[in-house]
Ligand binder design. Structure first.
Ligand code: FUB
Length: 327
């Protein structure tokens, strides 16, 4: 694209992109999205319509510069363990190396999380031969803390299969908790120093209300569904995520990276299209929300476009709610 990008407009229009994970690397903004394909798929609760096969990495020299598409950075055909569905990725930098974390279904149709490496933030990325041992479900988000310890957050309901991992192993016909029971939380694990494995079995994160009571599975306005993202602001960890069936991006905060996280409120009201997925990044002196919607495709759930808008904090650290069509 040669035109400068604008807030609340697709970053690129020549391909469909979704699930943006934005990072500042080498003084530029890099966006790691899913690459939605322009084909017709049957929609179902299993997410079969999200049948993606590769990743393209985008970058911006500045927040009003043209968006660069760096081309194919990783394709399904080069990932030995993966069968289909390259869903929402994330990237991290450590050890003079860029790491791309990504979910895909393995040969047994179970979602796992893989990792690929590159010397450049724009790739191409070389995948490890197998998925990360002990990983499962979807939507990895990797947070490298100030002490350089790295943590992977992940998990998604329904097609993301999180319900099936409640016992710690895969139970194909497992269902979610009862409506009045605590909702399933995202999982987290510290990554090994080489970023290629988990240091321990994934732990479940608890999200609670202002009285310390767990958010329940029936509380669809607030319970975790998919798409976790963690950032730090004024000494607090902010865990933000999609509520899925109610289509909001919401957030909860904690002094401890492992939680419990206390629910705060909405960041982004529903977008056009079923899914909503985001990331939050500081670039220069401002904070930005990267998100997607299906407006460019006329509302097709599986043909989405990445956009951004400024994100603002109130003096008490709460985040101002964004209406994507009125800001
Ligand atoms: O893009 C496929 C899936 O849709 C992602 O993994 C979810 O977060 C949702 O955006």
């Amino acid at each position: 694209m040669t035109e400068p990008v604008k807030p609340n407009e697709p970053l690129v229009k020549h391909i469909y992109t979704a699930d943006p994970s934005a990072h500042v690397f080498e003084n530029k903004l890099y966006i790691y999205p899913s690459h939605d394909l322009d084909h017709v798929m049957e929609s179902n609760d299993n997410g079969d319509q999200y049948d993606m096969e590769d990743y393209h990495i985008l970058s911006l020299e500045d927040i009003d510069a043209p968006c660069v598409d760096h081309g194919e950075a990783l394709h399904l055909r080069s990932i030995p363990w993966a069968k289909q569905q390259l869903w929402a990725p994330d990237a991290a930098y450590k050890n003079n190396t860029y790491y791309l974390f990504f979910p895909a279904r393995d040969k047994d149709d179970i979602f796992r999380i893989g990792v690929a490496t590159s010397a450049s933030p724009s790739g191409p990325f070389t995948p490890e031969p197998d998925y990360i041992e002990g990983s499962f479900s979807i939507d990895p988000a990797v947070y490298v803390d100030e002490d350089q310890k790295a943590y992977m957050f992940f998990g998604g309901l329904w097609g993301g299969q999180l319900e099936k991992w409640q016992t710690g192993s895969y139970v194909p016909d497992a269902e979610g908790p009862a409506e009045n029971a605590p909702a399933l939380g995202p999982r987290m694990a510290e990554l090994s120093d080489d970023m290629l494995s988990l240091k321990h079995e994934p732990r479940e994160i608890s999200i609670v209300d202002e009285n310390g009571q767990p958010i329940t599975a029936g509380d669809e306005e607030r319970r975790y569904f998919e798409g976790p993202w963690v950032h730090k602001y004024n000494g607090y960890y902010y865990l933000s995520y999609s509520t899925g069936t109610t289509h909001n991006i919401v957030y909860a905060i904690s002094k401890n990276i492992e939680g419990p996280y206390v629910y705060q409120g909405k960041i982004l009201t529903p977008v056009i299209g079923w899914t909503t997925h985001h990331s939050i990044v500081q670039f220069k002196d401002k904070w930005y929300l990267f998100y997607h919607d299906s407006s460019l495709s006329g509302g097709a759930d599986n043909k989405r476009s990445v956009k951004f808008t400024e994100l603002k904090y109130n003096a008490d650290g709460t985040i101002q709610t964004i209406d994507p069509y009125n800001n």
